[in-house]
Design a protein around this ligand. Structure first.
Ligand SMILES: NC(=O)c1ccc[n+]([C@@H]2O[C@H](COP(=O)([O-])OP(=O)(O)OC[C@H]3O[C@@H](n4cnc5c(N)ncnc54)[C@H](OP(=O)(O)O)[C@@H]3O)[C@@H](O)[C@H]2O)c1
Length: 361
Protein backbone atom coordinates (compact mmCIF):
# COMPACT_ATOMS: atom_id res chain seq x y z
CA UNK A 1 0.00 0.00 0.00
CA UNK A 2 1.15 3.53 -0.78
CA UNK A 3 2.41 5.65 2.16
CA UNK A 4 1.19 9.21 2.77
CA UNK A 5 3.05 11.95 4.64
CA UNK A 6 0.71 13.81 6.96
CA UNK A 7 0.70 16.87 9.20
CA UNK A 8 -1.20 17.52 12.43
CA UNK A 9 -2.45 21.09 12.82
CA UNK A 10 -3.21 21.69 16.52
CA UNK A 11 -0.79 18.91 17.50
CA UNK A 12 -0.35 20.15 21.08
CA UNK A 13 -4.06 20.02 21.95
CA UNK A 14 -6.16 17.18 23.30
CA UNK A 15 -7.32 15.95 19.89
CA UNK A 16 -3.92 16.66 18.32
CA UNK A 17 -2.25 14.45 20.94
CA UNK A 18 -4.75 11.72 20.17
CA UNK A 19 -3.87 12.03 16.45
CA UNK A 20 -0.19 11.68 17.31
CA UNK A 21 -0.70 8.46 19.28
CA UNK A 22 -3.08 6.97 16.70
CA UNK A 23 -0.72 7.72 13.84
CA UNK A 24 2.44 6.50 15.57
CA UNK A 25 2.34 3.05 13.95
CA UNK A 26 -0.21 3.67 11.24
CA UNK A 27 0.25 1.33 8.26
CA UNK A 28 -0.45 4.04 5.64
CA UNK A 29 0.20 7.45 7.25
CA UNK A 30 3.50 8.88 8.49
CA UNK A 31 3.56 12.12 10.51
CA UNK A 32 6.17 14.48 9.05
CA UNK A 33 4.92 17.91 10.17
CA UNK A 34 3.35 19.27 13.36
CA UNK A 35 1.89 22.73 13.90
CA UNK A 36 0.18 24.73 16.63
CA UNK A 37 -0.13 28.40 17.63
CA UNK A 38 2.66 30.96 17.53
CA UNK A 39 3.15 30.23 21.27
CA UNK A 40 4.39 26.73 20.43
CA UNK A 41 6.05 27.36 17.05
CA UNK A 42 9.81 26.87 17.01
CA UNK A 43 9.75 24.51 20.00
CA UNK A 44 10.13 20.75 19.72
CA UNK A 45 6.95 18.75 20.26
CA UNK A 46 8.34 17.54 23.57
CA UNK A 47 9.10 21.10 24.74
CA UNK A 48 5.71 22.41 23.67
CA UNK A 49 3.44 19.56 24.76
CA UNK A 50 5.46 17.26 27.04
CA UNK A 51 4.28 18.88 30.27
CA UNK A 52 0.61 18.88 29.18
CA UNK A 53 0.55 15.41 27.66
CA UNK A 54 -2.84 13.85 28.46
CA UNK A 55 -2.73 10.47 26.68
CA UNK A 56 -2.30 7.13 28.45
CA UNK A 57 0.39 6.24 25.92
CA UNK A 58 3.59 8.33 26.01
CA UNK A 59 4.41 10.89 23.33
CA UNK A 60 5.66 8.99 20.24
CA UNK A 61 9.48 8.90 20.19
CA UNK A 62 9.50 9.60 16.44
CA UNK A 63 7.70 12.93 16.98
CA UNK A 64 9.37 14.26 20.14
CA UNK A 65 12.07 16.16 18.25
CA UNK A 66 9.91 17.50 15.43
CA UNK A 67 9.96 21.30 15.57
CA UNK A 68 6.47 22.79 15.54
CA UNK A 69 5.39 25.08 12.72
CA UNK A 70 3.10 28.06 13.13
CA UNK A 71 -0.26 26.78 11.85
CA UNK A 72 -1.26 30.10 10.29
CA UNK A 73 2.08 31.49 9.07
CA UNK A 74 3.74 28.34 7.69
CA UNK A 75 0.94 26.99 5.49
CA UNK A 76 2.98 26.85 2.26
CA UNK A 77 5.92 25.13 4.00
CA UNK A 78 3.67 22.55 5.61
CA UNK A 79 1.75 21.98 2.37
CA UNK A 80 5.01 21.31 0.54
CA UNK A 81 5.98 18.58 3.04
CA UNK A 82 2.81 16.56 3.40
CA UNK A 83 0.10 14.88 1.31
CA UNK A 84 -2.65 16.12 3.65
CA UNK A 85 -3.25 17.44 7.18
CA UNK A 86 -5.49 16.62 10.11
CA UNK A 87 -6.79 19.78 11.77
CA UNK A 88 -8.06 20.26 15.36
CA UNK A 89 -7.49 23.80 16.61
CA UNK A 90 -9.03 26.00 19.23
CA UNK A 91 -9.70 29.24 17.35
CA UNK A 92 -12.69 31.38 16.40
CA UNK A 93 -14.98 29.78 13.83
CA UNK A 94 -14.32 32.32 11.08
CA UNK A 95 -10.57 31.99 11.65
CA UNK A 96 -10.79 28.20 11.38
CA UNK A 97 -12.87 28.47 8.23
CA UNK A 98 -10.24 30.73 6.66
CA UNK A 99 -7.35 28.57 7.91
CA UNK A 100 -8.77 25.36 6.49
CA UNK A 101 -9.54 26.99 3.15
CA UNK A 102 -5.99 28.36 3.03
CA UNK A 103 -4.58 24.83 3.41
CA UNK A 104 -6.97 23.49 0.77
CA UNK A 105 -6.00 26.31 -1.60
CA UNK A 106 -2.34 25.48 -1.00
CA UNK A 107 -3.31 22.07 -2.52
CA UNK A 108 -3.17 20.38 0.86
CA UNK A 109 -6.33 18.37 1.67
CA UNK A 110 -7.70 18.93 5.17
CA UNK A 111 -9.44 16.32 7.32
CA UNK A 112 -10.95 18.35 10.10
CA UNK A 113 -12.24 17.81 13.61
CA UNK A 114 -13.42 21.39 13.86
CA UNK A 115 -17.06 22.37 13.46
CA UNK A 116 -16.44 25.49 11.34
CA UNK A 117 -17.09 23.88 7.93
CA UNK A 118 -19.64 21.25 8.95
CA UNK A 119 -22.48 23.11 7.28
CA UNK A 120 -20.63 24.39 4.23
CA UNK A 121 -22.82 22.79 1.53
CA UNK A 122 -19.99 21.32 -0.57
CA UNK A 123 -17.88 20.12 2.37
CA UNK A 124 -18.60 16.45 3.07
CA UNK A 125 -19.25 15.60 6.73
CA UNK A 126 -18.69 11.88 6.85
CA UNK A 127 -18.96 8.86 9.11
CA UNK A 128 -17.53 6.24 6.75
CA UNK A 129 -20.02 3.57 7.83
CA UNK A 130 -22.98 5.88 7.23
CA UNK A 131 -22.48 8.27 4.31
CA UNK A 132 -19.22 7.43 2.54
CA UNK A 133 -20.88 8.44 -0.76
CA UNK A 134 -20.85 12.12 0.31
CA UNK A 135 -17.15 12.32 -0.64
CA UNK A 136 -18.38 12.41 -4.25
CA UNK A 137 -19.04 16.14 -3.64
CA UNK A 138 -15.28 16.83 -3.51
CA UNK A 139 -14.88 17.59 -7.25
CA UNK A 140 -17.57 20.31 -6.90
CA UNK A 141 -15.78 21.78 -3.88
CA UNK A 142 -12.44 21.72 -5.72
CA UNK A 143 -14.08 23.61 -8.59
CA UNK A 144 -15.32 26.32 -6.19
CA UNK A 145 -11.93 26.59 -4.49
CA UNK A 146 -10.04 26.50 -7.81
CA UNK A 147 -7.87 23.60 -6.65
CA UNK A 148 -6.69 20.40 -8.28
CA UNK A 149 -5.91 18.43 -5.15
CA UNK A 150 -6.92 20.55 -2.13
CA UNK A 151 -10.28 20.16 -0.38
CA UNK A 152 -11.80 20.03 3.10
CA UNK A 153 -13.60 17.04 4.60
CA UNK A 154 -14.94 17.02 8.15
CA UNK A 155 -16.18 14.60 10.72
CA UNK A 156 -19.31 15.23 12.75
CA UNK A 157 -19.60 16.21 16.41
CA UNK A 158 -18.69 13.65 19.07
CA UNK A 159 -22.09 13.86 20.83
CA UNK A 160 -23.98 12.14 18.02
CA UNK A 161 -21.48 9.38 17.21
CA UNK A 162 -23.24 6.99 19.54
CA UNK A 163 -26.89 7.44 18.54
CA UNK A 164 -26.67 8.30 14.83
CA UNK A 165 -24.93 4.99 13.98
CA UNK A 166 -27.66 3.09 15.85
CA UNK A 167 -30.46 5.05 14.13
CA UNK A 168 -29.01 5.05 10.60
CA UNK A 169 -29.95 1.51 9.55
CA UNK A 170 -33.47 2.01 10.99
CA UNK A 171 -34.31 4.94 8.73
CA UNK A 172 -35.72 2.51 6.16
CA UNK A 173 -38.66 2.02 8.58
CA UNK A 174 -39.61 5.68 8.41
CA UNK A 175 -38.05 7.09 11.56
CA UNK A 176 -40.24 10.08 12.47
CA UNK A 177 -39.20 11.29 15.93
CA UNK A 178 -36.01 11.02 18.00
CA UNK A 179 -35.27 12.27 21.49
CA UNK A 180 -31.70 11.89 22.76
CA UNK A 181 -30.20 12.86 26.12
CA UNK A 182 -26.41 12.72 26.06
CA UNK A 183 -24.08 12.25 29.03
CA UNK A 184 -20.75 13.57 27.82
CA UNK A 185 -17.22 13.01 29.10
CA UNK A 186 -14.97 15.87 30.16
CA UNK A 187 -12.32 15.04 27.51
CA UNK A 188 -14.89 16.37 25.04
CA UNK A 189 -14.03 19.80 26.43
CA UNK A 190 -10.29 19.08 26.08
CA UNK A 191 -10.06 18.52 29.85
CA UNK A 192 -9.25 15.88 32.48
CA UNK A 193 -9.90 15.89 36.25
CA UNK A 194 -6.58 17.63 36.92
CA UNK A 195 -7.39 20.52 34.63
CA UNK A 196 -11.10 20.58 35.55
CA UNK A 197 -11.33 19.64 39.27
CA UNK A 198 -14.81 21.20 39.52
CA UNK A 199 -16.12 18.21 37.57
CA UNK A 200 -15.27 15.68 40.30
CA UNK A 201 -18.60 14.60 41.88
CA UNK A 202 -20.45 17.05 39.66
CA UNK A 203 -22.79 17.29 36.64
CA UNK A 204 -23.21 20.39 34.50
CA UNK A 205 -26.51 20.47 32.61
CA UNK A 206 -25.21 22.65 29.78
CA UNK A 207 -22.65 22.32 26.98
CA UNK A 208 -22.58 25.44 24.82
CA UNK A 209 -23.81 24.84 21.25
CA UNK A 210 -23.97 21.07 21.69
CA UNK A 211 -27.72 20.58 21.44
CA UNK A 212 -27.92 22.54 18.20
CA UNK A 213 -25.12 20.41 16.71
CA UNK A 214 -26.71 17.20 17.98
CA UNK A 215 -30.04 18.03 16.35
CA UNK A 216 -28.77 19.52 13.08
CA UNK A 217 -25.73 17.48 12.07
CA UNK A 218 -27.56 14.13 11.70
CA UNK A 219 -29.74 15.75 9.02
CA UNK A 220 -26.66 16.50 6.92
CA UNK A 221 -25.20 13.02 7.50
CA UNK A 222 -28.47 11.54 6.23
CA UNK A 223 -28.71 14.06 3.39
CA UNK A 224 -27.91 13.55 -0.29
CA UNK A 225 -25.89 15.21 -3.04
CA UNK A 226 -27.84 17.44 -5.40
CA UNK A 227 -25.65 19.13 -8.03
CA UNK A 228 -22.85 20.98 -6.26
CA UNK A 229 -24.20 20.71 -2.71
CA UNK A 230 -25.28 18.32 -0.02
CA UNK A 231 -28.95 18.79 0.83
CA UNK A 232 -30.03 17.93 4.38
CA UNK A 233 -32.81 15.46 4.98
CA UNK A 234 -35.87 16.77 6.82
CA UNK A 235 -36.80 13.71 8.88
CA UNK A 236 -36.77 12.54 11.62
CA UNK A 237 -37.39 15.50 13.89
CA UNK A 238 -34.73 15.39 16.59
CA UNK A 239 -34.65 16.95 20.05
CA UNK A 240 -31.74 16.63 22.47
CA UNK A 241 -30.41 17.58 25.89
CA UNK A 242 -26.65 17.40 26.42
CA UNK A 243 -25.16 17.09 29.91
CA UNK A 244 -21.53 17.09 31.06
CA UNK A 245 -20.84 14.22 33.46
CA UNK A 246 -17.81 13.26 35.59
CA UNK A 247 -16.39 10.68 33.18
CA UNK A 248 -12.95 10.93 31.57
CA UNK A 249 -13.74 9.42 28.13
CA UNK A 250 -16.94 8.06 26.58
CA UNK A 251 -20.22 9.72 25.65
CA UNK A 252 -23.44 7.88 26.50
CA UNK A 253 -26.88 8.65 25.07
CA UNK A 254 -30.37 7.68 26.22
CA UNK A 255 -32.46 7.57 23.05
CA UNK A 256 -36.20 7.40 22.27
CA UNK A 257 -37.51 6.81 18.73
CA UNK A 258 -40.77 6.46 16.80
CA UNK A 259 -41.58 5.18 13.33
CA UNK A 260 -44.20 5.89 10.67
CA UNK A 261 -47.60 4.33 11.29
CA UNK A 262 -47.55 0.65 10.39
CA UNK A 263 -43.79 0.49 9.74
CA UNK A 264 -42.49 -0.11 13.28
CA UNK A 265 -39.96 -2.98 13.17
CA UNK A 266 -39.90 -5.64 15.90
CA UNK A 267 -37.23 -5.68 18.60
CA UNK A 268 -35.77 -8.85 17.05
CA UNK A 269 -35.56 -7.18 13.63
CA UNK A 270 -33.80 -4.13 15.07
CA UNK A 271 -31.24 -6.27 16.90
CA UNK A 272 -30.62 -8.31 13.76
CA UNK A 273 -30.14 -5.16 11.67
CA UNK A 274 -27.70 -3.74 14.21
CA UNK A 275 -25.74 -7.01 14.34
CA UNK A 276 -25.39 -7.13 10.56
CA UNK A 277 -24.79 -3.43 9.89
CA UNK A 278 -21.59 -2.80 7.95
CA UNK A 279 -20.56 0.18 5.87
CA UNK A 280 -17.93 1.15 3.34
CA UNK A 281 -15.28 1.18 6.10
CA UNK A 282 -15.85 -2.54 6.71
CA UNK A 283 -16.19 -3.41 3.01
CA UNK A 284 -12.86 -1.71 2.23
CA UNK A 285 -11.31 -3.18 5.43
CA UNK A 286 -9.85 0.21 6.33
CA UNK A 287 -7.09 -0.13 8.95
CA UNK A 288 -8.99 1.76 11.70
CA UNK A 289 -12.42 0.29 10.96
CA UNK A 290 -14.00 -1.85 13.68
CA UNK A 291 -14.72 -5.37 12.45
CA UNK A 292 -18.23 -4.96 13.85
CA UNK A 293 -19.53 -1.38 14.00
CA UNK A 294 -22.51 -1.87 16.34
CA UNK A 295 -22.38 -4.21 19.36
CA UNK A 296 -25.60 -5.00 21.18
CA UNK A 297 -25.44 -6.11 24.83
CA UNK A 298 -28.30 -8.15 26.32
CA UNK A 299 -27.27 -7.52 29.93
CA UNK A 300 -29.55 -4.86 31.47
CA UNK A 301 -26.64 -2.92 32.99
CA UNK A 302 -24.62 -2.49 29.78
CA UNK A 303 -23.06 -0.71 27.96
CA UNK A 304 -20.85 0.75 30.66
CA UNK A 305 -18.12 3.29 30.14
CA UNK A 306 -15.34 1.29 31.77
CA UNK A 307 -16.04 -2.04 30.08
CA UNK A 308 -17.16 -0.90 26.63
CA UNK A 309 -15.55 2.40 25.66
CA UNK A 310 -12.38 0.79 24.27
CA UNK A 311 -14.22 -1.88 22.30
CA UNK A 312 -12.49 -2.44 18.94
CA UNK A 313 -9.86 0.19 19.81
CA UNK A 314 -12.54 2.68 20.76
CA UNK A 315 -14.03 2.66 17.24
CA UNK A 316 -17.13 0.52 17.84
CA UNK A 317 -20.50 1.72 19.16
CA UNK A 318 -22.12 -0.15 22.07
CA UNK A 319 -25.88 -0.41 22.49
CA UNK A 320 -28.15 -1.91 25.14
CA UNK A 321 -31.54 -1.78 26.86
CA UNK A 322 -33.69 -1.74 23.71
CA UNK A 323 -37.30 -1.91 24.84
CA UNK A 324 -40.82 -0.56 24.21
CA UNK A 325 -41.68 2.88 25.53
CA UNK A 326 -44.98 4.43 26.63
CA UNK A 327 -44.53 7.73 24.73
CA UNK A 328 -42.28 6.67 21.82
CA UNK A 329 -42.12 3.30 20.04
CA UNK A 330 -38.80 2.28 21.59
CA UNK A 331 -35.98 3.45 23.82
CA UNK A 332 -32.38 2.31 24.18
CA UNK A 333 -28.98 3.38 25.53
CA UNK A 334 -25.78 3.67 23.49
CA UNK A 335 -22.19 4.74 23.99
CA UNK A 336 -19.03 5.55 22.03
CA UNK A 337 -15.54 6.77 22.82
CA UNK A 338 -15.64 10.52 22.23
CA UNK A 339 -11.98 11.20 21.45
CA UNK A 340 -11.46 7.97 19.44
CA UNK A 341 -14.61 7.24 17.36
CA UNK A 342 -15.93 10.71 18.20
CA UNK A 343 -12.84 12.75 17.30
CA UNK A 344 -9.35 11.75 16.16
CA UNK A 345 -10.15 8.07 15.41
CA UNK A 346 -13.15 9.06 13.31
CA UNK A 347 -11.01 11.53 11.39
CA UNK A 348 -8.27 8.94 10.77
CA UNK A 349 -10.91 6.54 9.47
CA UNK A 350 -12.26 9.25 7.17
CA UNK A 351 -8.73 9.95 5.89
CA UNK A 352 -8.30 6.22 5.22
CA UNK A 353 -11.53 6.23 3.21
CA UNK A 354 -10.35 9.26 1.21
CA UNK A 355 -6.93 7.68 0.61
CA UNK A 356 -8.45 4.35 -0.44
CA UNK A 357 -10.76 6.19 -2.88
CA UNK A 358 -7.86 8.10 -4.46
CA UNK A 359 -8.57 11.59 -3.07
CA UNK A 360 -5.22 11.99 -1.26
CA UNK A 361 -3.05 11.73 -4.39
N1 LIG B 1 -11.83 17.24 22.66
C1 LIG B 1 -12.71 16.57 21.92
O1 LIG B 1 -13.15 15.44 22.26
C2 LIG B 1 -13.18 17.12 20.61
C3 LIG B 1 -14.07 16.34 19.89
C4 LIG B 1 -14.48 16.79 18.63
C5 LIG B 1 -14.01 17.97 18.15
N2 LIG B 1 -13.16 18.73 18.87
C6 LIG B 1 -12.71 19.98 18.26
O2 LIG B 1 -11.31 19.89 17.96
C7 LIG B 1 -10.71 21.17 18.10
C8 LIG B 1 -9.57 21.08 19.09
O3 LIG B 1 -10.07 20.61 20.34
P1 LIG B 1 -9.08 20.26 21.52
O4 LIG B 1 -9.94 19.70 22.60
O5 LIG B 1 -7.94 19.43 21.00
O6 LIG B 1 -8.54 21.73 21.92
P2 LIG B 1 -7.25 22.12 22.78
O7 LIG B 1 -6.80 20.99 23.62
O8 LIG B 1 -7.58 23.42 23.41
O9 LIG B 1 -6.11 22.34 21.64
C9 LIG B 1 -6.15 23.40 20.79
C10 LIG B 1 -5.03 23.40 19.75
O10 LIG B 1 -5.21 24.57 18.93
C11 LIG B 1 -4.00 25.30 18.87
N3 LIG B 1 -4.29 26.73 18.73
C12 LIG B 1 -4.92 27.55 19.61
N4 LIG B 1 -4.95 28.82 19.11
C13 LIG B 1 -4.33 28.77 17.90
C14 LIG B 1 -4.03 29.73 16.90
N5 LIG B 1 -4.37 31.01 17.05
N6 LIG B 1 -3.39 29.32 15.78
C15 LIG B 1 -3.04 28.02 15.61
N7 LIG B 1 -3.28 27.06 16.53
C16 LIG B 1 -3.92 27.43 17.65
C17 LIG B 1 -3.32 25.00 20.20
O11 LIG B 1 -1.93 25.31 20.10
P3 LIG B 1 -1.08 25.85 21.37
O12 LIG B 1 -0.82 24.66 22.22
O13 LIG B 1 0.15 26.38 20.74
O14 LIG B 1 -1.91 26.90 22.05
C18 LIG B 1 -3.62 23.51 20.33
O15 LIG B 1 -2.72 22.77 19.54
C19 LIG B 1 -11.82 22.13 18.52
O16 LIG B 1 -12.34 22.76 17.37
C20 LIG B 1 -12.86 21.21 19.13
O17 LIG B 1 -14.15 21.75 19.05
C21 LIG B 1 -12.72 18.33 20.09
Amino acid sequence: MKQWNVGIIGATGMVGQRFATLLENHPWFRVTALAASGRSAGKTYEEAAGSRWMMERPMPESMKDLVLYDATKDIETIASQVDFVFCAVNMKKDEIRALEEAYAKAECPVVSNNSAHRHTPDVPMVVPEINADHIDIIPAQRKRLGTEKGFIAVKSNCSLQSYVPALSPLREFGLTKVLACTYQAISGAGKNFETWPEMVDNLIPYIGGEEEKSEKEPLKLWGHIEGDRIVDTTTPSITTQCLRVPVTDGHTAAVFMSFEEGKKPSIETIKEIWANYAGEAQRLELPSAPKQFLHYFEEPDRPQIKTERNLENGMAVSIGRLREDTQYDYKFVCMSHNTLRGAAGGAVLLAELLAAKGYMG
